[in-house]
Design a protein around this ligand. Structure first.
Ligand code: AMP
Length: 273
């Protein structure tokens, strides 16, 4: 595995490349969720490139940029064991200049749900993903369904900017008890971790209601809120896969999304139905 830290080194290595490239962008502190993306990339491509970059422009003032979990040495070992060919570890100065061109998230989809409570977050996400995709020029890029809104916006950007990459969506990996894996789970105390299980419990209840034929989104959301209480809820929403609000669940075309605060940690999760 080659470890590379500058876009120029990456460019030189990839200059003559004719192989298929699978790319997995991450912010590090890798866990089984990231590993499932890397494994899928390994299965489907000749070369696998993983980036680790805690992107400052997607954090708002007062968020956890400075204390975002960092496990560089463990991450290197994980990537090596997963058969990654190139680990790209750029620094902020390598990615951003002083006077920046940037991508702005679309007016509606970019500023609802997580975009409503974190305005400008998705501008930062889309800008860094655009830069990374341009640097790596992958055949396929892998993103988790856990960040459903991010995945939706990246797919939209790739389509609307006529970018030459296939976006692959990967299922959410969970702990045995249902908690979706996230690098931010390390912030949770034992007590808070128990509270966080209300998130997957509320999603499970929603899916049980739907399997009993209850499709009314208002009724399902109200039951979910009961389960999540007294956690601080940013949103509980049921949308179609184009991120439009719906009154009745459309089986095969819906996503139920939750974002809550447990202690001072934002946690999000969703299920695709
Ligand atoms: P992050 O390092 O949090 O920016 O995540 C990097 C990629 O891993 C994103 O595409 C995430 O959606 C994905 N990811 C994070 N957690 C999970 C999970 N539990 N299961 C599957 N993919 C995940």
């Amino acid at each position: 595995m080659k470890i590379i830290s500058t876009p120029l080194e990456l460019k030189n290595i990839l200059r003559e490349n004719t192989k298929t490239i699978g790319f997995v962008p991450t912010m590090g502190a890798l866990h089984e969720g990231h590993i499932s993306l890397i494994k899928k990339a390994r299965e489907e491509n000749d070369l696998v490139i993983v980036s680790i970059f805690v992107n400052p422009t997607q954090f708002l003032k007062g968020e956890d940029l400075d204390k975002y979990p960092k496990k560089d040495e463990a991450d290197k070992v994980i990537c090596e064991l997963c058969g990654v060919d190139i680990l790209f570890f750029p620094k902020a100065d390598d990615i951003y200049g002083r006077d920046e061109v940037s991508i702005v998230a679309p007016n509606v989809r970019g500023f609802v749900l997580e975009g409503a409570s974190r305005p400008s977050h998705f501008n930062g996400v889309l800008t860094v993903v655009m830069k990374l995709l341009n640097m790596v020029s992958p055949t396929k890029a892998y993103f988790g369904k856990k960040d459903a809104q991010q995945l939706n916006l990246i797919s939209l950007m790739v389509k609307q900017f006529f970018m030459n990459v296939e976006v692959v969506a990967v299922d959410t990996v969970r702990e045995k008890d249902g908690l979706a894996l996230s690098s931010r789970n390390v912030y949770l105390s034992q007590e808070q971790r128990k509270e966080a299980l209300k998130i997957s419990a509320s999603l499970k209840e929603a899916s049980d209601m739907i399997s009993k034929g209850i499709l009314d989104t208002k009724q399902i959301k109200s039951k979910m809120m009961d389960i999540l209480s007294p956690l601080e809820i940013f949103y509980v929403e049921i949308l179609n896969r184009d991120f439009e609000y719906i009154y009745n669940v459309e089986i095969g075309n819906s996503i139920i999304l939750v974002e809550v605060k447990v202690g001072s940690t934002r946690l999000l999760d969703n299920i695709w139905l």
